[in-house]
Design a protein around this ligand. Structure first.
Ligand SMILES: CC(C)(COP(=O)(O)OP(=O)(O)OC[C@H]1O[C@@H](n2cnc3c(N)ncnc32)[C@H](O)[C@@H]1OP(=O)(O)O)[C@@H](O)C(=O)NCCC(=O)NCCS
Length: 326
């Protein structure tokens, strides 16, 4: 393995873009969609400069070409030091020989040497080869992927919301409620990675700030007890619903009623031109999985669909284990 030198970043970016055919990575596809002029500027100037700030590693192929590439970014926030794998790709001719796994092992060894306890990366949910590789190496899926459902059907078919009250919040109260509910969820879902995830992704599910005044933003209460926070905002033509709940409420009837009540709030705030499709974001993997739990899961009851063409965060605690034995 060798370091990528300054003059090689342009070449590395070309190889990187070739390694991702359309449909593999949502971010690379967005770059491609920028059109020929912006595409050339990105490929030849902006991306090489972006990656030049990071540490690149290459495994050379039989003829000196770049067989496998990895870029690492060192991060530190609130005293939490992290190794972020910004990109890893292997030339098609060199796949299934363990090259990616070797590079990932190098990244983790470097993290341990530098006293960086956490590894993380972003990957498109539907990128099965990459997700399989990361899972196998112990990376766990974090929040950042979401489900969609049809709000108009939901409001027609579910009525009972009597155990749940939505209390409208002002800007500051909403900000505090989102922060507290998000933290509680993420720490409950994954005590080992929770603090790191909160430091790096502090805004909560969906990654957005608090919606502006007039948009739905609520403290969620059940029989007088505070159980979570929910809000809704529009991004493009899409309504997004964000919901943090106490862990004992995940997947419960209270959550079912909450989703219903929030959906009604979204429908009330919508204009007739909108599609009625709502994206539900929950902050933690534990909560996300609870939506699928049981034979009558909330995901099936609301006919929710996982959005696979989106990027999610995967993370792990850096460890000294041997990859070869995994
Ligand atoms: C993902 C990628 C980096 C894997 O590279 P690779 O060198 O072929 O991977 P390795 O040989 O090290 O594979 C290690 C493990 O990953 C998993 N894996 C790799 N390719 C896989 C595939 N096509 N399908 C399912 N699992 C796969 C397997 O668990 C594999 O172990 P095994 O060979 O014992 O089954 C490569 O397919 C690639 O460059 N893809 C395009 C770019 C990309 O998606 N990068 C990731 C961005 S987040």
């Amino acid at each position: 393995m060798q370091r990528i030198h300054f003059w090689q970043h342009g070449h590395a970016v070309g190889q990187m873009l070739r390694a991702y055919p359309p449909g593999v990575d949502a971010l690379v596809d967005r770059i491609r969609a920028k059109g020929p002029f912006a595409g050339v500027a990105l490929r030849q100037v902006l991306l090489p400069l972006y990656f030049a700030r990071e540490q690149g590693w290459v495994i050379p192929g039989e003829h000196g070409e770049m067989a496998a590439i990895m870029y690492l970014r060192r991060q530190q926030r609130q005293g939490i030091r992290v190794m972020h794998v910004d990109d890893i790709n292997v030339d098609e001719r060199y796949r299934h020989r363990g090259l990616a796994q070797n590079l990932m092992q190098l990244a983790e060894e470097l993290a341990l040497c530098e006293q960086r306890p956490f590894m993380k990366l972003a990957v498109t949910v539907a990128n099965t080869p990459a997700v399989t590789l990361y899972r196998r190496l112990g990376y766990q899926e974090q929040h950042h992927h979401y489900l969609t459902y049809d709000a108009t059907v939901t409001t027609r078919t579910h009525q009972r919301t009597s155990d749940v009250q939505l209390r409208p919040l002002g800007q500051r109260a909403a900000w505090n409620a989102n922060r507290d509910a998000y933290r509680a969820e993420v720490l409950a879902s994954d005590p080992h990675l929770g603090a790191m995830m909160i430091a790096y992704y502090s805004r909560g599910a969906g990654g957005e700030g608090i919606p502006k005044a007039g948009m739905p933003r609520y403290a969620i209460e059940s029989r007088g007890r505070p159980v979570g926070y929910g809000d809704a905002y529009q991004k493009g033509a899409q309504w997004n619903l964000r919901l943090s709940l106490s862990p004992d409420m995940w997947g419960s009837e209270i959550e079912q009623q909450t989703i219903h009540a929030l959906t009604r709030a979204v429908v009330n705030a919508s204009t007739q031109n909108e599609s009625g499709i709502v994206a539900l974001h929950v902050p933690s993997t534990g909560h996300y999985n609870a939506l699928y739990a049981g034979s009558m899961s909330l995901a099936s009851e609301f006919h929710m669909q996982e959005q696979r063409y989106e990027r999610m965060i995967m993370a792990k605690v850096a460890a000294n284990e041997s990859y070869a034995s995994g």
